[in-house]
Design a protein around this ligand. Structure first.
Ligand code: NAI
Length: 402
């Protein structure tokens, strides 16, 4: 319950994360690779926190045997490799780093706008093959052109700021009303944005609404000789339609970082109908892959885990009720309880507190459909025994003291 925390970091997570845990006085072990399931089950017995990237699979078969696990760190963006529902049901929050690579994606998009305008991809390949193709025809500056951003979230709005500094006019479309940054202008519809943009860049999540969002009809609405950039999700663009509009010359080029079907690793071959087309930049989903982003991910996730271990904060957890209890007073003792979300829990806990004669100085509760997460600060004696009693109740899933 008040167990010593020990962290296992797998898959070569950035050293900065280990350093951060050590500064916080938390013992940490680092492994360079992922472990096969049987070895993983055995290894994580000795740890209260496990940190992974995308290769380790933390499914029910592993989590159900990780008896001492308090929290999981996904040192990446996606969390598909973790059974989030099951982790929630055993009282284990999962933290990731959704915004550590925002700037990296935005910078890639800006570089692609300029590269497409100057046909850099093709003339660079030709020069490597010994061909000198000096020409100004069809090569343009980006200054004064209009950039249309679809999805004005974290990445879209960063692109907006950077593009304006290069002298582009920025317009955007988002399904949610968003505050325009700088001189950017919101469009009423995506259609309106497509008609007016010299460059269209997509920064939407993968949802039912965004699947195949850019198809034949939308490409036809785009300005003749304009460019499309997709560094969001591969399913957002209908690739076959894009190929047709590139071949017909309606679009002058495209930059694509994400594909409906992507190789699982660097050994698998990459195939796409876009391969071999003129002025098409193809990159292997590297929008967010920079050294800076890796450092930032290491810091962001380790920070969230430390705040959970030391304060009980679940702010930013992807599968857990959010509680941000802040720092407790020096005199206080904090009890964290995860319980099944069934009627009468608070009544029973409060009666245990009352019977113990304990003095609650603060109480925070947040619930989702399955569980409740309660953080209580006490300034009185006998809290160790009280926490044990709370933990022994039928509805309790996990109880910890910090
Ligand atoms: P975000 O959640 O901050 O922003 C997404 C925005 O899209 C929101 O403002 C939302 O309201 C808007 N949106 C949702 N559905 C829409 C629709 N149908 N039409 C117009 N707007 C819509 O997300 P963030 O961090 O900006 O990421 C955007 C995308 O970039 C995501 O798909 C993410 O997976 C992808 N991404 C790609 C990376 C890469 O390596 N290429 C790295 C990081 C993120």
């Amino acid at each position: 319950m008040g167990a010593v925390q020990k962290v296992l970091l797998l898959e070569g997570i950035h050293m900065g994360a280990q350093q951060r845990f050590q500064e916080a006085g938390i013992e940490t072990d680092l492994l360079s690779g992922a472990l096969p399931e049987i070895e993983l089950i055995e290894k994580i017995q000795g740890y209260t926190v496990v940190g992974i990237r995308s290769k380790s699979q933390l499914k029910e078969s592993v989590l159900s045997r990780a008896l001492h696990l308090n929290a999981i760190g996904a040192f990446c963006i996606g969390t598909n490799q973790i059974d989030l529902r099951y982790a929630n049901s055993i009282g284990v929050p999962v933290f990731n780093a959704p915004y550590s690579n925002t700037r990296s994606v935005a910078e890639l998009v800006i570089s692609e706008m300029i590269a497409l305008s100057r046909n850099l991809g093709d003339i660079n390949s030709l020069a490597h093959k010994g061909q000198w193709k000096k020409s100004a025809k069809g090569h343009r500056e980006v200054r004064g052109k209009t950039l249309g951003i679809v999805g004005y979230g974290h990445i879209g709005s960063q692109v907006s700021v950077l593009a304006e500094s290069l002298g582009l006019n920025v317009i955007y479309y988002d399904i949610v009303k968003k505050l325009p940054l700088g001189n950017a202008t919101a469009m009423e519809s995506m259609e309106e944005l497509l008609i007016h943009s010299d460059f269209v860049t997509l920064h939407v999540p993968e949802t039912d609404m965004t699947r195949n969002m850019i198809g034949e009809k939308q490409l036809e609405s785009m300005k003749p000789a304009s460019y499309l950039i997709n560094a969001s999700r591969g399913t957002v663009v209908v690739i076959e339609a894009l190929v047709r509009f590139l071949k017909s010359g309606h679009l002058s080029g495209a930059a694509v970082d994400v594909f409906p079907k992507e190789p699982k690793n660097n050994q698998e071959a990459f195939e796409s109908p876009l391969c071999g087309l003129e002025n098409v930049l193809l990159t292997p989903h590297i929008g967010g892959s920079t050294e800076e982003a890796q450092v930032a991910i290491g810091q962001e996730v380790s920070e969230s885990l430390i705040r959970y271990l030391q304060m009980g904060s679940t702010f930013g957890a992807v599968n857990f009720p959010q509680v941000e209890p802040g720092i407790k007073s020096e005199k206080a003792q904090r009890v964290l309880n995860v319980h099944k979300n069934v009627p009468g829990v608070m009544k029973e806990i409060n009666s245990l507190v009352s019977n113990a004669g304990a003095n609650i100085v603060s109480q925070h509760l947040s619930t989702d459909e399955n569980i409740g997460y309660l953080v209580m600060d006490f300034e009185s004696e006998g809290i160790v025994q009280l926490a044990k009693e709370i933990d022994s109740m039928d509805f309790s899933i996990k109880t910890r003291r910090v």
